[in-house]
Design a protein around this ligand. Structure first.
Ligand code: ZN
Length: 115
């Protein structure tokens, strides 16, 4: 008579399909300032960003901060951390938008000096 024990539990682990976060694409962190009600769909492989940050640290000795790098004929902006990770990226469209903080203020009120 076979005993009634249940078979050993087989864990439902898919083999060979480890979803590491290394190659997960990073999303443009722009969110529609000042309302924060929009999102950007631009993405970039995080390995590309990580490599660019490594280069930046080696070439310029940067420890932490914003840095620019080009990818696919566009210039991206990202914030690198001292431990080699990157905190956030801006796609080419939104990094230039971030630079121009006041798009409507290109003409300052200079009437007094215009005479
Ligand atoms: Zn964007």
């Amino acid at each position: 008579m076979l005993n009634d024990h249940q078979p050993p539990t087989t864990l439902d682990v898919p083999s060979g399909e480890i979803s590491g976060s290394l190659d997960e694409p990073m999303k443009c962190v722009w969110s529609g300032y000042p309302h924060y009600d929009r999102t950007c769909r631009s993405r970039i492989p995080s390995s590309v960003v990580a490599k660019a940050w490594q280069r930046e640290m080696q070439l310029k000795g940067t420890v932490e901060g914003f840095f620019y790098f080009s990818w696919r004929s566009g210039v991206w902006l990202a914030y690198g951390m001292p431990d080699g990770r990157v905190r956030g990226v801006y796609c080419p469209t939104h990094c230039s938008e971030r630079d121009a903080r006041d798009p409507g203020a290109s003409e300052p009120d200079g009437d007094a000096a215009a005479q």
